[in-house]
Design a protein around this ligand. Structure first.
Ligand code: NAD
Ligand code: TDX
Length: 336
C-alpha cells in the first residue's frame, strides 16, 4: 500500500475536489496537498479557506500547461485528478472547453506522470456507461461497456480510455474511479440540488426537466472522498473501481423532498423543457470496492444529508448569491 506524502489535487477549488482536500487535511495528518486549479467559473479559492498554510500550496494554473506540470509533478508522489468541465447542460450549449480540459488536460497530466513515474488516480463518472431503463434490474459494474450520451460524458469516457492505454502501454501506475451523482456543501448552483434550494431561497420556483422520472444514484461527497483515498492507497494499478452508495431516487422525489424540508407545497415548482439526450437512469454496483478495499459509505440517510446541505446554502448565501442571476438567465435562455 502506498502512503503518499505530497499529492497534487487538480480541480481542488471545485465542488468534489475541495471536499476531498478538506477530507485529506482532516484525516491524513502527514500529507501535504498542492492544489492545481484554473479557477474557471466553477472554481473558487474560498472553497479552501480554513486549511492551515503548512498543509496546502495553491497553484493557479491550467492542467493543459505542460511547462507548469513539468515544475510541479517532479515534487509529488501522486496526482489525484478531479479537474474537469463537469456540467452536462453546458456541454450541450458549448462542447469545446470539455474536449480541451477533459481530454487534452488528462493527456498532459498522463504524459507528466509517465515522465516522472508518478502515481495517478483519475476521477471519472458513471455517465460513461450511458443509461439504464427504469425497469431494468441491472446496475453498472466495472464490466459494463462504455456508451456515453452527452458531450460531457463522451469526453470523460475519452479521458478514461487514455488512462487505460497509458497504463497498459507505458506502465503508468494508474487507477480509475467512476462515481455516481454527488451532493453536499459547495456544489455549484448550476447543478440540480443546489439550483432548487437556491431558487426557493430567492423566491423563484424550482425547475424540473421532462417528466421528472429520471433516476440518479446519490452519494454524499464525503463518502466519495473516503473511497478515492482507499483506491489511491490500496487500489491495484490498471484497475477501475465503481463508487456508489445505493442512493437511487428519481428527480421528482428529490425535488418534493427539498420542497417539503423547506416548508413549501409539494407542487410549488415548474415543469420545463427536457435536456436533449437526457439519460434515463444511473445505478452503481459498488461491490468490488466494498469487497476488495473494505470501503463503506457513512452518509446512508439521504434526508439527513439533504437537511445539512439545505442548511449549508442558507448559511453561505455570500458564497452563491453573486452568481445566481447569471446562472438563471442562462437557463431561461434555454427554456429551462
Ligand atoms: P466542478 O465543476 O465543481 O469543479 C471543477 C474544478 O476544475 C473547478 O475548480 C475548475 O476551476 C477546475 N478546472 C476546470 N478546468 C480546468 C483546467 N483546464 N485546469 C485546471 N483546473 C480546471 O466539478 P465537480 O462536480 O467537483 O467534479 C469534479 C470531478 O468529479 C470531475 O472530474 C467530474 O467529472 C467528476 N464527477 C463528478 C460527479 C458529480 O456528481 N458532480 C460525479 C462523478 C464524477
Ligand atoms: O434544473 C434542473 N432540473 C432538472 O430536472 C437541473 C439542473 C437538472 N435537472 C435534472 C437533470 C438530471 O436528471 O436533474 C438531474 C441531475 O442533473 P445535474 O445536477 O445536472 O447532474 P447530472 O447531469 O446527473 O450529472 C452529474 O452527475 C454525474 C454531474 O453534474 C456530473 O459531473 C457527474 O459526472
Amino acid at each position: 500500500a502506498l502512503a503518499p506524502r505530497r499529492i497534487i489535487v487538480t480541480g481542488g477549488a471545485g465542488f468534489i475536489g475541495s471536499n476531498f482536500v478538506h477530507w485529506v487535511v482532516e484525516n491524513q495528518s502527514e500529507v501535504h496537498v498542492t492544489v492545481l486549479d484554473a479557477l474557471t467559473y466553477a472554481g473558487n479559492r474560498e472553497n479552501l479557506v480554513g486549511i492551515p498554510e503548512d498543509r496546502l500550496t495553491f497553484v493557479h494554473g491550467d492542467i493543459c500547461d505542460a511547462a507548469l506540470l513539468e515544475e510541479l509533478v517532479p515534487e509529488a508522489d501522486a496526482i489525484v485528478h478531479f479537474a474537469a468541465e463537469s456540467h452536462n447542460d453546458n456541454s450541450i450549449a458549448d462542447p469545446a472547453p470539455f474536449v480541451r480540459t477533459n481530454v487534452e488536460g488528462t493527456f498532459q497530466l498522463l504524459e507528466a506522470a509517465r515522465r516522472h513515474g508518478t502515481r495517478f488516480h483519475h476521477i471519472s463518472t458513471d455517465e460513461v456507461y450511458g443509461d439504464l431503463a427504469l425497469d431494468d434490474p441491472a446496475r453498472f459494474t466495472e464490466e459494463t461497456p462504455y456508451r456515453p450520451s452527452s458531450p460531457y460524458s463522451s469526453t470523460k469516457a475519452s479521458s478514461d480510455m487514455l488512462v487505460r492505454a497509458w497504463h497498459r502501454t507505458y506502465g503508468v501506475d494508474a487507477t480509475i474511479s467512476n462515481c455516481s451523482n454527488n451532493y453536499g456543501p459547495r456544489q455549484h448552483i448550476e447543478k440540480f440540488i443546489p439550483r432548487q434550494i437556491t431558487n426557493i431561497l430567492t423566491g423563484a420556483r424550482p425547475k424540473l426537466y421532462g417528466d421528472g422520472l429520471n433516476v440518479r444514484d446519490w452519494i454524499h461527497t464525503e463518502d466519495h472522498s473516503s473511497a478515492v483515498w482507499a483506491i489511491l492507497t490500496q487500489g491495484v494499478a490498471g484497475e477501475t473501481y465503481l463508487i456508489g452508495a445505493d442512493g437511487e431516487r428519481n428527480n421528482l422525489e428529490v425535488l418534493r423532498s427539498i420542497l417539503q424540508r423547506m416548508g413549501r407545497d409539494a407542487d410549488d415548482f415548474d415543469w420545463v423543457r427536457d435536456r436533449p439526450g437526457h439519460d434515463r437512469r444511473y445505478a452503481i454496483d459498488s461491490s468490488k470496492l466494498r469487497r476488495e478495499l473494505g470501503w463503506r459509505p457513512r452518509h446512508t440517510d439521504f434526508s439527513e444529508g439533504l437537511d445539512e446541505t439545505i442548511q449549508w446554502y442558507r448559511d453561505n448565501e455570500d458564497w452563491w448569491r453573486g452568481q445566481k442571476e447569471a446562472v438563471e438567465a442562462k437557463y431561461a435562455n434555454q427554456g429551462q
